[in-house]
Design a protein around this ligand. Sequence first.
Ligand code: NAD
Ligand code: LMR
Length: 333
Amino acid sequence: MVKVTVLGASGGIGQPLSLLLKLNTTVTNLALYDLVNTPGVAADLDHINTPAKVKGYLQKDNNGLEHAVTGSHLIVIPAGIPRKPGMTRDDLFKINAGIVRSLATAIAQFAPQAFILVISNPVNSTVPIVAEVLKRHGVFDPRRLFGVTTLDVVRASTFTAEISGAVSKDVTVPVVGGHSGVTIIPLLSKITPKHEFTHEQVAALTKRIQFGGDEVVKAKDGAGSATLSMAHAGARFAKAVLDATVNGVAGIVEPAYVYLGAVDSGNQLKATVDGLDYFSSNIELGFYGVRNIQPLEDLSTYEQDLLRAAIPELKKSIDKGVAFVEEASKQKL
Ligand SMILES: NC(=O)c1ccc[n+]([C@@H]2O[C@H](COP(=O)([O-])OP(=O)(O)OC[C@H]3O[C@@H](n4cnc5c(N)ncnc54)[C@H](O)[C@@H]3O)[C@@H](O)[C@H]2O)c1
Ligand SMILES: O=C(O)C[C@H](O)C(=O)O
């Protein structure tokens, strides 16, 4: 059995993401959990002739969350509120931190072995929140926890190809750091296939990739943030984890925001990012999840400056997530 669970499955991301996961033939059971509407979404998806059996769970059901997560191989979390124009991702912390903490508590209790993919913003803080909850339950395996930053590399491929004329699906741009504004660091000097951009193009592309989310928030004009492109990105990353951990595919490399103490190579990277505990880099996936975290090498001067600007922002967001769980534990929430 390969059970995948989506927490927040009725939302703007949750529904198309669940559709794409239903189309993934590695999945045998798809559990959809939300406050509302999951029975309908599940009944609808269950008519698609792919292997996964789909079941909906509601918060108001008796032990709905427990039943949704129990036995899961992989759990994706897009639960929480999205931005409106004028908001930063950090403005979501107040509400989403509590949502993510309560979902992580259930995972720690009922699915401690699951691979966890966090989409809920602010990712730079919500991933440390999940980790702290798992640590407190004595079940933290950092190789199994990922902040999903795939949308940044998807955008980077699209935006750079518009300038270079390459076919976007063939373009790869490493994007490292975190998932918010200046913490998003595109490494345009490392684009493949190789392309030489002018300084002006590098500056403009960097800004567009860093603030790509704002373009969608503005265009949606109060109706939320990226959902469809995010569903695509989330399904792509979930497929990568399933291929590595279920299907035994070796050598898969995808970016993700992870705990750097997960593996030795992460500790080496940690030394080059001023001791940050979490950072997004290209991750080689293996049977147990994170297998290798790629180092930052040969950055251009411009990229080194971006990194310098990102580090204090990341530190603030990480500390905020850790402090939130500490405070909640003190208050026995
Ligand atoms: N990581 C990324 O790259 C990325 C990209 C886009 C959006 N996001 C984030 O994803 C989150 C969701 O975005 P959306 O557009 O789908 O929002 P949405 O409001 O459309 O959907 C969120 C869903 O979460 C559900 N929910 C709320 N509290 C819950 C709880 N305690 N348990 C289960 N479900 C709960 C809601 O009922 C809703 O169905 C936002 O925080 C957004 O900022 C992240
Ligand atoms: O921009 C947002 O708030 C949503 C998401 O993080 C994105 O990058 O599109």
